[in-house]
Design a protein around this ligand. Structure first.
Ligand SMILES: *[C@@H]1O[C@H](CO)[C@@H](O)[C@H](O)[C@H]1NC(C)=O
Ligand SMILES: *[C@@H]1O[C@H](CO)[C@@H](O)[C@H](O)[C@H]1NC(C)=O
Ligand SMILES: *[C@@H]1O[C@H](CO)[C@@H](O)[C@H](O)[C@H]1NC(C)=O
Ligand SMILES: *[C@@H]1O[C@H](CO)[C@@H](O)[C@H](O)[C@H]1NC(C)=O
Ligand SMILES: *[C@@H]1O[C@H](CO)[C@@H](O)[C@H](O)[C@H]1NC(C)=O
Ligand SMILES: *[C@@H]1O[C@H](CO)[C@@H](O)[C@H](O)[C@H]1NC(C)=O
Ligand SMILES: *[C@@H]1O[C@H](CO)[C@@H](O)[C@H](O)[C@H]1NC(C)=O
Ligand SMILES: *[C@@H]1O[C@H](CO)[C@@H](O)[C@H](O)[C@H]1NC(C)=O
Ligand SMILES: *[C@@H]1O[C@H](CO)[C@@H](O)[C@H](O)[C@H]1NC(C)=O
Ligand SMILES: *[C@@H]1O[C@H](CO)[C@@H](O)[C@H](O)[C@H]1NC(C)=O
Length: 659
């Protein structure tokens, strides 16, 4: 009986802790596909409703007056005006001013404190994530919106009136007893530190901020996430310029010094700190840094400005340190996040010592681990970039990385095994391999296109850092046992290094596969998400026609002129098909894969060709975003699933009859 006591106490302590205050969201708001309690909202652990406050940074052109902000947040324009000492409810508030917004009735709903606002979607590119992060600046999360709205995230349409549960919170009885009257939801931005926030709100000390969010001084905080500020008095206008700006370093993820000690330099010294926590931290840090840098890059690129490298974030980190960890650290044993760290001997055993018969292709071997197949890929040197990307990805259409091994300067990546090899084997295999003799049917082709778009949509819109695959092609699309597509090979394009030498390198090292590369990349080395959209357009064309992306190769040896090369491009052919004219039907029929023997719904095939044609537009601004392509393919897929080949025969018979 007595033996229990310690564990009971422990349990009590644990319960007490987890229910005491509110838990910081910890960047989980980015992972829309997963439910986390911290992302759902602040737990109802005090009175059922209260007066509360949130902050909002004025953003022109839409949300920069008390009235428009009040409408967005379902608050009161007059109170906003008086509280912030604005001249009138229609006064223009300078961009990025931190506006204090009162929430008159923050109340319990489904276990969370929240305040409902509503928002009508106005753009086709809006997602739960963009509304939560960009429009509402992080005052809500995609997870909370998904949970509380009837609309599926894939079928959001302009005009939908969505509920936006704004995060707010009421003080717990203990906080009230300590004199805390309100909890204000403050939005963290680049460079904020605990000290800086404490200065912004007079009389709120760092420790009470930490306590209110169940944080400690070494805990990393992230931009665009909310943090609770416990207030003993009614808040008034916040003057961010009156407070000394946060120290310049480190601006990306401020790490507050642990109570008075430790120079800031020590935070960046990773080497020698045991892997483990250190490694996880680096992975997280580099993720944010890469993300920050990448976004700058993309923005600059899209503006067409000269590609120069000026990222304050990278200046902090010794070159070469940012995204890597020592490859010689063979002693790594622990699992890193969800990944298993394999021993080299285990890989040898699984692959029959990397025997020739287990070689799948190139440096990829098939291995058997506890009876299950896995693909083992041998790569030279440091591939931490690919590992960092894949370890955070969890999508059924992206090949899953299960672990890795470092051995004598090589990295061995262990992936899930795709039973049905690559799409290019199915579409273009010349060797008489019985397996690929059977022809992909229409529905399978549409499903594959849809799967690829699904994966790209996830990479572009649902993870941080957003990732551009850059090397999408037929041979990088693998097919599983159910003929569902999984995209792979996230490492090859890494030679255009994201973090270190920056953009200038991009122009010099254009790597990729001829036929899939968009013109702006070939000509200027410009890398944007539209690069993947282009490649997807080519892939869709391949699925339709069964032809290769480029029938004439530029390095074929003999002199070929540009026009001739151009003519051999599938991207040009598909545009020709959908260019219009009287002979559209004939052009389409001529383009389609003859192996389909006409067994495809003509209208849907045309719609597919049409979207492919848009994807391969010369001007990247004319290409649709991946979410639009995905939406279109979803419609084509659902219509295709209803389609029955016999209908088409009837249909075409009646058509020819009518002529
Ligand atoms: C409130 O504070 C008291 C005294 O510090 C403590 O014993 C109690 O566990 C706290 N309750 C909660 C819910 O945090
Ligand atoms: C999230 O959790 C809620 C209830 O806890 C559940 O209804 C919902 O399906 C979950 N969503 C996901 C994506 O798991
Ligand atoms: C409010 O603004 C007015 C001028 O617009 C200024 O005179 C006054 O001092 C301000 N009050 C506070 C408390 O900042
Ligand atoms: C706050 O909202 C809740 C739920 O809608 C409602 O029951 C309560 O009466 C409201 N309180 C005030 C003061 O308006
Ligand atoms: C959606 O597109 C519009 C116009 O192209 C643009 O102004 C807006 O920033 C986009 N919104 C998002 C969330 O990307
Ligand atoms: C989230 O929103 C902020 C602006 O509020 C923007 O700068 C940032 O890029 C957004 N994050 C993502 C992942 O889009
Ligand atoms: C907020 O909206 C959600 C979803 O529409 C609803 O379930 C909840 O009751 C609302 N809460 C309040 C306080 O109105
Ligand atoms: C959206 O819905 C809310 C309540 O769910 C309603 O108050 C609001 O008027 C609606 N907005 C529009 C534009 O229909
Ligand atoms: C502070 O928080 C971090 C991350 O949650 C944790 O690893 C660390 O042990 C905490 N430190 C203290 C002193 O509680
Ligand atoms: C903010 O404080 C600074 C320094 O005290 C002052 O110069 C500036 O006018 C203030 N801004 C506003 C909007 O009150």
């Amino acid at each position: 009986m007595l033996r229990w006591l310690p564990s009971v106490l422990l349990l009590l302590l644990f319960i007490h802790r987890s229910h005491s205050q509110q838990t910081y969201v910890d960047n989980r708001q980015l992972d829309c596909n997963n439910n986390y309690t911290t992302a759902s909202g602040y737990t109802c652990n005090g009175p059922t409703s209260c007066l509360s406050y949130v902050t909002f940074r004025s953003q022109p052109p839409l949300y920069n007056t008390p009235t428009t902000i009040a409408t967005l947040l379902n608050s009161n324009p007059t109170t906003i005006t008086t509280l912030n000492n604005f001249s009138s409810t229609s006064a223009t508030i300078p961009t990025n001013t931190v506006v204090v917004v009162p929430i008159s009735n923050c109340s319990c709903s489904g276990g969370w404190y929240q305040h409902n606002a509503s928002y009508v979607l106005r753009g086709t590119n809006e997602t739960y994530f963009s509304v939560a992060n960009n429009t509402y600046e992080g005052l809500t999360t995609c997870q909370a919106m998904i949970a509380q709205n009837p609309f599926n995230f894939r079928s959001l349409a302009v005009g939908n009136n969505v509920t936006v549960p704004i995060r707010c919170a009421c003080p717990t009885p203990n906080q009230t007893a300590a004199g805390i009257r309100y909890l204000l939801t403050y939005l963290i931005t680049w460079g904020d530190t605990y000290e800086y926030m404490s200065n912004l709100f007079d009389g709120v000390n760092v420790q009470s901020i930490l306590d209110a969010n169940e944080l400690n001084a070494t805990h990393i905080i992230f931009p665009f996430t909310p943090i609770l500020i416990p207030l003993t008095t009614t808040p008034s206008r916040i003057n961010t310029t009156a407070t000394p700006a946060p120290p310049p370093a480190p601006p990306v993820i401020p790490v507050a010094p642990s109570s008075g000690g430790g120079g800031s330099s020590s935070k960046w010294v990773f080497v020698g700190v045991g892997i483990g926590v250190g490694l996880l931290l680096i992975v997280t840090l580099s993720g944010v840094i890469v993300w920050c840098f990448r976004r700058r890059k993309i923005q600059e690129g899209e503006n067409g400005l000269p590609l120069t490298k000026h990222s304050p974030a990278t200046a902090l980190i010794p070159p070469g340190r940012s995204n890597s960890w020592s490859i010689s650290s063979e002693g790594v044993r622990i699992a890193v996040g969800s990944l298993t760290v394999y021993k080299y001997e285990d890989l040898q055993k699984a692959t029959g010592d990397f025997s020739e018969e287990n070689r799948v292709k190139g440096s990829v071997y098939r291995g058997i681990f506890n009876g299950d197949s896995a693909a083992v890929k041998v790569m030279k040197g440091d591939v931490s970039g690919e590992i960092n990307i894949l370890k955070q990805i969890n999508h059924s259409n992206i090949i899953r990385l299960s672990g890795f091994c470092l051995h004598q300067g090589n990295t061995y990546l262990v992936y899930e095994f795709a039973d049905n090899s690559s799409l290019s084997d199915w579409l273009h295999s010349t060797t008489k391999n019985t397996k690929y003799e059977s022809v992909l049917e229409w529905k399978q082709r549409v499903q594959i296109a849809h799967d690829i778009a699904d994966a790209l949509n996830y990479l572009h819109n649902f993870i941080t850092p957003p990732y551009i695959h850059k090397n999408l092609k037929c041979s990088n699309v693998l097919l599983d046992v159910h003929m569902r597509a999984k995209i792979t090979n996230f490492g090859l394009a890494r030679s255009v290094e994201e973090t270190d030498d920056g953009e200038l390198q991009l122009t010099r090292h254009v790597v990729g596969t001829f036929g899939y590369m968009p013109p702006e990349y070939i000509e200027n080395g410009l890398i944007t998400p539209k690069m993947d959209v282009f490649a997807l357009g080519v892939l869709i064309s391949e699925l339709l026609s069964g032809k290769e992306a480029a029938t004439r190769s530029p390095d074929g040896g003999d002199e070929k002129d540009v026009a001739e090369l151009q003519e051999g491009l599938l991207s040009e052919m598909v545009k020709e098909v959908v260019r219009g004219g009287d002979d559209v039907r004939e052009k389409l029929a001529g383009f389609m894969d003859s192996r389909l023997s006409g067994e495809y719904p003509v209208e849907l095939a045309y719609s597919m060709a049409e979207i492919a044609g848009k994807c391969v537009a010369v001007d990247l601004n004319d290409r649709p975003s991946i979410s639009e392509v995905f939406a279109t393919l979803s419609k084509i897929l659902s219509s295709s699933l209803d389609w029955d080949p016999s209908d088409e025969l009837e249909h075409s018979r009646s058509l020819s009859h009518g002529r």
